[in-house]
Ligand binder design. Structure first.
Ligand SMILES: Cc1cc2nc3c(=O)[nH]c(=O)nc-3n(C[C@H](O)[C@H](O)[C@H](O)COP(=O)(O)OP(=O)(O)OC[C@H]3O[C@@H](n4cnc5c(N)ncnc54)[C@H](O)[C@@H]3O)c2cc1C
Length: 488
């Protein structure tokens, strides 16, 4: 067991957020920090999601760090492996491995009011103290496994898209995919041509719009590398295009929803000729209400002879396949669970114990809330990345993450420069902010249907109800008056 005032700053998680925060700490001249990562490699989402077809669904020029732009993306939407390679190269360039403790999971964080420090306990039982903590544990990290009767009886292979088993050869096999969300639209068209038979189990169809993916020719990549101005311009144009489309996916407006519906229906008709199939694939809820998916070939896959869309609900899993309520047994050699993730930002990632021994789970008893999604009253010097109400439905998460890094960094610089004990967001400031967020939610489209965006009671603590640009303007600058300041 170790003890001591080990680091001024601890970062938990080595995904985009943790890596981005580390770089900005170095840029600010703060190089005494440690990154704790529970896995054996950096990368987060892009380390874990290696299923066939996995790629980002926001153009890579936007879905990358603004302070580490990459002219070499091979295509508009880079595949997972390329994004992971980008992150690995960024880590090497900034020599972040010197700061990294891999295979180290933080299992508890406890604030010590007397010393103004957080004590972090690892899964190995070690403890470290840090004055400030950046929590970059991600929002979509732990796979969600469906509770289907008989799963244990299945004799073939079962794998979740986020834990792909590359040892399993799908060639010539009968494969069943459960789920039709963001991972399914990528994995289904990719594996369809490899397998003998593909059965896709759909509970709810999704609105799908064209992705317009394309390869970037070598001359363009060279050009962008030589003239970074154009790389920045490309990022800016793609970012604003995604922002301008935003209201179609977040505002509760029949007129805007109609535009989205028409584009999606056109996409469906282009890809599927069979009217019966079209009907099965057409959602019955307002466009934008659930996550809108992007794909150029998902729907067309169902026209293939070897692909079957199953819309009867699943009754159970048996030794040789999946039984639906109509009595049919859909035989399979492999079951792929494209069933998404436990929503990480809805609860504390591990026991986080703040002022007066109050836990973050207690503070979030009625839903996860934080000031600007980052700081929670009673949990001083604790900065959350990708926290409550900071998810976008329309553009890159990283736009939000970078604003959060900037906010946290200003707080950290202030605490260090003024030798403060801690800063703690004022409860009334946090409440006012969240009342405003929930009021605005009423004008958003998301409350109209059941989705992973919503908590059990129907409130939305995951998405930001507006433009990313607005969030950035509101959040990137620290306003000291919003915080209670405690000196030694
Ligand atoms: C398949 C997929 C595709 C996506 N595509 C897009 C996209 O196109 N555009 C977009 O904007 N967003 C996309 N996202 C969302 C994506 O999660 C974020 O964009 C981004 O990668 C999140 O980065 P992060 O660093 O915040 O979290 P993560 O990448 O999830 O990293 C969190 C890290 O924290 C570590 N960790 C967690 N708990 C602990 C602990 N207790 N102790 C130590 N370490 C811990 C994890 O192991 C992980 O490495 C996608 C998500 C998925 C799953």
């Amino acid at each position: 067991m170790q003890q001591g005032d080990d680091f001024p700053v601890a970062i938990i998680g080595a995904g985009f957020a943790g890596i981005g925060a580390a770089i900005q700490l170095i840029n600010a001249g703060i190089d005494s920090f440690t990154i704790f990562e529970r896995a054996d490699e950096i990368g987060g989402t892009w380390r874990d999601n290696t299923y066939p077809g996995c790629a980002c669904d926001v153009p890579s020029h936007v879905y990358s760090l603004s302070f580490e732009q990459n002219p070499n993306w091979s295509r508009r939407y880079a595949p997972s492996q390329e994004i992971q390679e980008y992150l690995l190269s960024v880590v090497d360039k900034w020599k972040l491995r010197e700061h990294m403790r891999l295979n180290t999971e933080i299992v508890e964080a406890r604030f010590d009011e007397e010393f103004g420090t957080w004590t972090l306990t690892t899964d190995g039982g070690d403890t470290f103290t840090a004055r400030m903590v950046i929590s970059g544990v991600g929002g979509l990290v732990d796979p969600s496994y469906p509770d289907i009767e008989g799963m244990g009886d299945f004799e073939g292979d079962v794998m979740h898209t986020a834990r792909w088993n590359h040892e399993v050869d799908l060639g010539g096999k009968r494969v069943a995919v459960i789920g039709t969300g963001a991972s399914a639209v990528q994995v289904v068209p990719t594996v369809a041509s490899m397998v003998a038979m593909l059965s896709v189990f759909q509970r709810t169809p999704a609105w799908v719009v064209p992705k317009l993916d394309r390869l970037y020719p070598r001359w363009l990549r060279r050009f962008l590398g030589r003239f970074p101005f154009f790389l920045r311009a490309s990022r800016l144009v793609k970012y604003w295009l995604s922002e301008l489309r935003g209201p179609i996916v977040f505002l509760d407006s029949k007129i805007l929803a109609n535009i989205g519906t028409r584009v999606s229906m056109w996409n469906l008709r282009q890809q599927v000729r069979d009217p019966e199939l079209q009907k099965k694939l057409t959602p019955d809820f307002q466009f934008g209400c659930k996550r809108v998916l992007v794909s150029d070939d998902y729907w067309a896959t169902f026209e293939r002879e070897n692909v079957d869309l199953v819309t009867d609900p699943i009754k159970g899993i048996e030794r040789t396949g999946i039984r639906t309520w109509d009595g049919a047994l859909h035989e399979a050699d492999v079951i792929v669970l494209a069933t998404g993730f436990k929503l990480g930002l809805a609860t504390a990632p591990f026991p986080v114990i703040g002022l007066g021994g109050r836990t973050l789970d207690d503070a979030w008893e009625h839903g996860a809330v934080a000031y600007k999604g980052m700081t929670v009253a009673g949990f001083p010097n604790w900065f959350i990345m990708m926290g409550p109400n900071t998810g976008p439905g329309h553009t890159s998460v990283l736009v939000y993450t970078e604003a959060q890094i900037s906010h946290a960094l200003q707080a950290i610089k202030k605490i260090l420069a003024e030798k403060l004990k801690y800063i703690d967001v004022r409860q009334e400031v946090q409440d006012r902010y969240n009342d405003g967020i929930q009021k605005r939610m009423k004008r958003m489209v998301w409350s109209g249907c059941k989705s992973w965006y919503l908590a059990e009671d129907g409130t939305n603590h995951s998405l930001y109800p507006g433009f990313a640009a607005e969030y950035v303007l509101r959040s990137r600058t620290l306003r000291p008056r919003d915080y209670e300041i405690t000196r030694f």
